[in-house]
Design a protein around this ligand. Structure first.
Ligand code: NAD
Length: 304
């Protein structure tokens, strides 16, 4: 198949490209390299177009002839979305609409889009079920609600096959640890491998539903290959709960030595627990074999 991956030079995108190539697909990437990096695609036989999803000409160049689009391009920094909601809205909400409209113009009728567990926001109910009320707390989360709702509306209005995944805490190789808002796993692993103390905010009892990027790539690739569509968003997580303390113990096992902890106050507004109801994912993708978290962590430690 010919698959277009927007944001394909980013963390999840480049891991997906690798999976699609291994599955024998032809891969075209559209990425403005704002947070992505062409080095993430080094050695991969992909056609990289440097350009923005907000540029219609760029979209009209890459989409014709594609069998499917996986739309991952977005501004992923929640703090930046608070700083500059217009930029966030343009890239994440308008950007998604541009990709969907361009797919229509090009006659591409299957589009996969990336939403986020951030849409659950202030709703404290656990586990997070797709039919729960969304309660976005940031411009980023609002733009992700728009992303998934546009994808579903295009299925209703134009009979396009679409599916919107709510990614939970994705981790793995190519996830950068070197910026201010790095996710917890790359921040921990980077510090541990370098022999620095791990920056732990709070007491470490907070839990997250971590999912290894290799598992995410397998699910996305299968959605493409089988042309899966769904009229409701789908949580992309396994329904597990790993505490930060457990995570640290696992990193110590992976390294074969104890690590030091740099204890910091809990972050204001940090949710204590996040866990997905994974029923919908498991029903739609019964054959995807998830990479166990421990194995994913070992592969992440090796990558650093
Ligand atoms: P990333 O920053 O590594 O990837 C995003 C990519 O999009 C980058 O390569 C960036 O250069 C590109 N991009 C940004 N604006 C663009 C534009 N206007 N035109 C073209 N390309 C543009 O982040 P990621 O973690 O790989 O995220 C991929 C997707 O998954 C995003 O939509 C993000 O919101 C979503 N997501 C990720 C997580 C996670 O845990 N990493 C969680 C929830 C949702």
């Amino acid at each position: 198949m010919r698959v277009v991956v927007t944001g394909g030079a980013g963390f999840i995108g480049a891991n997906l490209c690798k999976q699609l190539l291994a599955d024998g697909d032809e891969v075209v990437v559209l990425d403005d390299l704002s947070t992505g990096d062409r080095r993430n695609l080094e050695g991969l036989h992909v056609e990289l177009h440097e350009g923005s999803i907000l540029d219609r000409n760029a979209l009209d160049q890459v989409l014709p002839g594609a069998d499917s689009v996986v739309h991952l391009a977005a501004l992923v920094s929640v703090p930046w979305s608070v700083e500059d909601p217009f930029d966030n809205h343009a890239r994440n909400a308008t950007g998604t609409l541009e990709v969907l409209m361009a797919a229509r113009r090009a006659g591409v009728d299957h589009v996969v889009v990336a939403s986020s567990a951030a849409v659950y926001g202030a709703n404290p109910e656990l586990p997070k079920h797709e039919r729960m009320a969304v309660a976005p707390m940031t411009p980023y989360a609002v733009s992700k609600v728009a992303t998934e709702e546009y994808a579903i509306a295009f299925a209703h209005c134009y009979a396009m096959r679409t599916i919107a995944f709510r990614f939970f805490n994705v981790f793995g190789p190519l996830q950068p640890a070197d910026h201010a808002y790095a996710a917890v796993i790359p921040a921990f692993v980077d510090a541990a491998v370098a022999g620095r103390a791990l920056p732990l905010e709070g007491d470490g009892s907070q839990t997250r539903d971590f999912i290894y990027v290799g598992t995410v790539a397998r699910v996305l690739a299968e959605a493409v290959h089988r042309g899966v569509s769904h009229l409701e968003p789908v949580n992309l997580a396994l329904g597990g709960r790993t505490s930060l303390k457990e995570l640290i113990a696992e990193i110590e096992r992976g390294l074969g030595r104890p690590v030091e902890i740099d204890r910091r106050p809990a972050r204001v507004g940090d949710v204590p627990h996040s866990q997905a109801d994974a029923t919908s994912l498991k029903t739609l993708f019964p054959d995807v074999e998830p990479v166990p978290i421990e194995q994913g962590l070992r592969e992440t430690v090796q990558w650093f």
